[in-house]
Ligand binder design. Structure first.
Ligand code: ADP
Ligand code: MG
Length: 502
């Protein structure tokens, strides 16, 4: 048996027990490796005309055997020689993929999308497996090799059999662990179930660019016998079918001119679990030092828990089509907490667990741009489609006001023009700018009255008095309104100088 190299034993222990907070990501890591292996072969075939590949043949296959407690991730990618196995799997923190990327950097015509970079993802398999067996045959070689390890001491490499080039990573899944002292246990059996695996593939690897396939059990109606009478009850039978689980092309990477509104809406509804179409969809691609794609949605209605403390804001963060974080809160300011969507950047620096981001400078830059785009979309909605905007404001206006109030007015420049207030004279919602524009010569103040009930406010003698002088009065009925107005003083002084003239 070969011992793991260098300080690997310690490192491996650290890996398995502390780097990842979430065991289930092992599947994402293995599928990402399989995708990289397929990508490398695909890339090779592009630059070497002697390699003939039907693009449809390239695939990743996930299968399991409940009785043997094995889970297998197979690919028909580039495979590994005995030396590769030694170098890539025998040395922790050695990334063959990173090397590949470096070596081929000059011809990277955009058609390689290698995910690996740290050389540790593979070992996450030991979080759920007591043994890992890798059977691999490198492209162009006649023999296969088997790498095997329990993840503790070392590994063995022996000659083996594989019909074609590619790799099988076979995990022996650990036994369930019962919970103790109120602590939850560990249910490893999920990784030996069709729904459990399907769920993980869809969640983390849905947009991996090659098909991830699995045999799934389906049910169909048996053929109706010819002599079936009126009281015939249809019978059903189970059958197995190879299904592609992931949807592959990430909609946010497509040009928006190539995507129908319906497709955008469908993606929104299925991804963010809403049954109504979004009010607005914004998609953009950023280039420059930090390249990324963003797809943002402004929902039509507020989720039921928006104003509860359990509500989590955030955008989904992907790197090279692989999910890193379901809700990255740093990408959205609190007052835009209702925005849903996706940011995908190959450039964002991740640390080895991929779960902690390294540079929040990059995130901040993205967040800033996201905020700007949301603001300008809301302004457009306010100006071009007032009816929809009023509905939007009814749902989410409270958050915008809160943004001004809780920033002590610092966010007023950004948000004040998005606010709507009830105009007693116009009997409708107006912006502050509209209020100011309608002010007659000589009006020196913004008049507002705050209370619980709009009708009652409108009937108050003071309000009537002001209206009689030809001035409009804003009727404020929301709890944050008055505070918001106070916090906006600086803003109104700057933008509505008329109000403050002597
Ligand atoms: P990373 O993917 O970040 O490079 P991993 O620990 O996930 O690190 O994998 C280490 C290396 O092992 C990869 O860089 C790659 O060279 C090799 N490897 C892993 N899985 C496969 C596979 N299915 N086919 C070919 N090579 C693989
Ligand atoms: Mg990897």
């Amino acid at each position: 048996m070969q011992q793991f190299k260098t300080e690997s034993k310690k490192l491996l222990d650290l890996m398995i027990n502390s780097i990842y907070t979430n065991k289930e990501i092992f599947l994402r890591e293995l599928i990402s490796n399989a995708s990289d292996a397929v990508d490398k072969l695909n890339f090779k075939s592009l630059s070497d005309s002697s390699i003939q590949l039907g693009n449809d043949d390239l695939a990743i296959r996930v299968s399991f055997d409940k009785d043997a407690r094995t889970l297998t991730v197979s690919d028909n990618g580039i495979g590994m020689t005995a030396e590769d196995l030694e170098e890539n799997l025998g040395t922790i923190a050695h990334s063959g993929s990173q090397e590949f990327k470096r070596e081929n950097a000059e011809h990277q015509g955009g058609d390689v999308d290698i995910i690996g970079q740290f050389g540790v993802g593979f070992y996450s398999a030991f979080m759920v497996a007591s043994k890992v067996r890798v059977v691999s045959r490198a492209f162009g070689e006649d023999t296969a090799h088997v790498w095997e390890s329990d993840g503790l001491e070392g590994y063995t490499i022996e000659p083996g059999e594989r019909a074609e080039h590619g790799t099988d990573v076979i995990l022996t899944i650990r036994e369930n662990v019962a919970g103790e002292n109120g602590e939850p246990g560990e249910n490893y059996d999920t990784y030996l179930s069709e729904w459990g695996l399907k769920d993980l593939i869809k969640r983390y690897s849905n947009y991996v660019r090659y098909p991830v396939q699995m045999m799934v059990t389906k049910s169909r109606e048996k053929e109706r016998p010819a002599d079936a009478g009126d009281d015939y009850k249809p019978e059903y039978e189970d059958y197995e079918e190879l299904e592609t689980i992931n949807s592959m092309t990430p909609i946010w990477k497509k040009r928006s001119s190539d995507v129908s509104e319906e497709d955008y809406n469908e993606f929104y509804k299925s991804t963010f679990h809403d049954f109504e179409d979004p009010a607005r969809t914004v998609s953009f691609h950023a280039e420059g030092t930090l390249e990324y794609d963003a797809l943002l949605y402004i929902p039509s209605r507020a989720p039921f828990d928006l104003y509860s403390k359990d509500y989590e804001k955030g955008l989904a963060l992907y790197s090279s089509n692989v999910l890193i974080m379901e809700k990255c809160a740093d990408l959205l300011p609190d007052y835009y907490n209702f925005v849903r969507g996706v940011v995908d950047s190959q450039d964002i620096s991740l640390n080895i667990s991929r779960e902690t981001l390294q540079h929040d400078r990059q995130l901040k830059a993205i967040a800033k741009r996201v905020e700007k785009r949301v603001t300008s979309e809301l302004e457009k909605m306010r100006d071009d489609d007032r009816e929809t905007y009023e509905k939007f404001f009814e749902n989410f206006g409270r958050g915008l006001k809160f943004g001004i109030y809780s920033s002590y007015g610092m966010k007023a420049d950004e948000l004040a023009d998005l606010l709507l207030f009830w105009s007693a004279r116009g009997n409708k919602m107006v912006t502050l700018a509209e209020y100011a524009a309608a002010m007659p010569e000589g009006q020196k103040a913004i008049y507002y009255a705050a209370g619980d009930d709009r009708e009652r406010l409108a009937k108050m003698p003071v309000v009537k008095g002001v209206l009689d002088r030809g001035y409009d009065v804003l009727l404020l009925t929301a709890d944050v309104d008055e505070f918001t107005f106070q916090a906006m003083r600086g803003y109104t002084a700057k933008h509505m100088p008329k109000v403050y003239e002597d």
